[in-house]
Design a protein around this ligand. Structure first.
Ligand code: SF4
Ligand code: SF4
Length: 447
């Protein structure tokens, strides 16, 4: 059937802009390809469901069809997206290991749902994990292996992290597959020496959480030993940006946004800029405080309030020269590690999980998939609770199948859906405002 209707994934901005070239445009996002266009009014109108204009005609429609923006009347676009997710989950060419070297954390954040005990990955677990990694590297099945160091606070077991990194890198190099790593840390233990060691351990990205300007961050994320960490963390990152020995190391600054800091976008952004973090190697994003099985109703913002707050944070980042992404730049075919058996989460006590938010969390930590040592080194992780995610979406058990941003969101969090909570990200509510900000970033002004 001839393409004749707009793709359900064509999202047209509400505002008409004048581009610096003088053209009148409206921003359009094609969620199925994660491409953004500054479209002329005829094109935007057509994609918004208006009839083709006389001046545009059939040639115009053909161009839109070639870009996937017009589709056949009977096209089942969600089915194609879900099928792509299922195939990506099954056929992944990248193997992911999420490794928690320590169950302890040196911070006591009020909204955290984990319990922290002084447990680190034992020597025998390390042997088994290194063997699993080595077999995966040599299987011929993967183009790349990635490791996400996670916690607890992973830097509490820095020696374990370094030891395992050395073994992982040796295996990947010997097998001729790519290796990349990321650390998710509270940042309090970072210093120049550790950053250099992490860089040598091929950690490419360090994600740190800062919850506001110094006094708010230090109150929201207190060190168990007493005292704050904002000034120290920002100073260490700023110094790293001038350290040739960690050249290229990227930093991500996440802010967990709740009622305690929702209105602090500008003072926070100003503090980061003052600290020297308005830099191409530092990327910022706000994330809603969410439940890990614990009750965060006193702390979390309501969904629409969070969407508006997120826009305020994105504007503040821009005002102070901080870098942040406005729109996803790729489809999320595999929503998270829990939906592919080519990923596994290794807890400090040697238990395997599929989901990152089960280990250390009371009430769900029993949902483990056995211990590392119980599984052959060549086996994928055992089947997990969320491996059937694509069937769940296909069956319409969540609203995702009919959602305009399914290709970019993937369904957000299977665990929360199963627990009866809607995990829809703020993007669902503020996507058109983000498109407006995209046009303004491109130099456009409202027409
Ligand atoms: S989680 Fe929400 S925003 Fe994401 S695809 Fe599902 S319905 Fe859409
Ligand atoms: S199911 Fe949710 S909590 Fe678990 S890994 Fe996926 S996104 Fe994270």
């Amino acid at each position: 059937m001839t393409p004749s209707r707009p793709s359900r994934y064509a999202i047209v901005g509400d505002t008409v802009f004048r581009h610096p070239t003088g053209r009148v445009v409206r921003p359009v996002l094609h969620a199925a390809t994660a491409r953004v266009f500054l479209a002329d009014p005829d094109t935007a109108g057509r994609l918004a469901g208006e009839p083709p204009s006389e001046t545009a005609g059939a040639d115009h429609d053909r161009l839109l069809a070639d870009a996937g923006l017009l589709v056949a009347e009977d096209a089942d676009e969600p089915a194609a997206i879900i099928a792509a997710g299922r195939a990506a989950s099954r056929d992944a060419r990248i193997r992911n290991f999420v490794v928690m070297p320590s169950a302890y954390c040196n911070m006591g954040c009020g909204y955290c749902g984990q319990t922290h005990e002084r447990v680190t990955v034992s020597g025998s677990h390390r042997e088994v994990l290194a063997a699993r990694f080595d077999r995966a590297a040599n299987s011929g099945r993967y183009d790349a292996l990635t490791v996400r160091w996670f916690g607890g606070e992973p830097l509490m077991a820095f020696a374990v992290l370094r030891d395992l990194s050395d073994r992982f890198i040796a295996s990947a190099d010997a097998a001729g597959v790519r290796y990349a790593a990321k650390v998710v840390t509270n940042g309090a233990l970072l210093d120049a020496r550790k950053l250099r060691a992490l860089h040598r351990a091929r950690v490419g990205t360090i994600e740190v959480t800062l919850d506001g300007p110094a006094e708010v961050h230090d109150a929201s994320r207190p060190l168990k030993s007493g005292g704050g960490s904002f000034a120290r963390i920002t100073a260490v990152i700023a110094a790293a940006l001038d350290d040739a020995e960690v050249d290229g190391l990227q930093f991500v600054i996440r802010t967990n946004v709740g009622v305690h800091n929702a209105g602090l976008a500008e003072p926070f952004s100003a503090a980061l800029a003052d600290a020297g973090l308005a830099h191409d190697r530092v990327h910022c994003y706000p994330a809603p405080v969410h439940a890990w099985g614990n009750d965060v109703t006193d702390v979390a913002l309501a969904r629409r309030e969070m969407a508006a707050t997120e826009m305020a944070w994105l504007r503040a980042y821009r005002k102070f020269g901080l870098r942040s992404a406005l729109l996803p730049t790729a489809r999320k075919d595999v929503v998270c590690v829990a939906t592919t058996r080519h990923s596994e989460v290794v807890a400090p006590d040697g238990r395997l999980y599929s989901c990152t938010e089960q280990p250390l969390v009371p009430g769900v930590s029993d949902a483990h998939l056995g211990r590392l040592a119980e599984h052959g080194p060549d086996e994928l992780r055992p089947a997990g609770a969320f491996d059937d995610w694509y069937d769940t979406v296909e069956a319409g058990e969540t609203p995702c199948r009919s959602c305009a941003i399914l290709p970019l969101c993937g369904g957000a969090c299977p665990k929360l859906w199963r627990e009866g909570q809607s995990p829809c990200p703020p993007l669902r509510d503020n996507i058109r405002q983000r498109l407006d900000l995209y046009a303004i970033d491109a130099g456009c002004v409202p027409a």
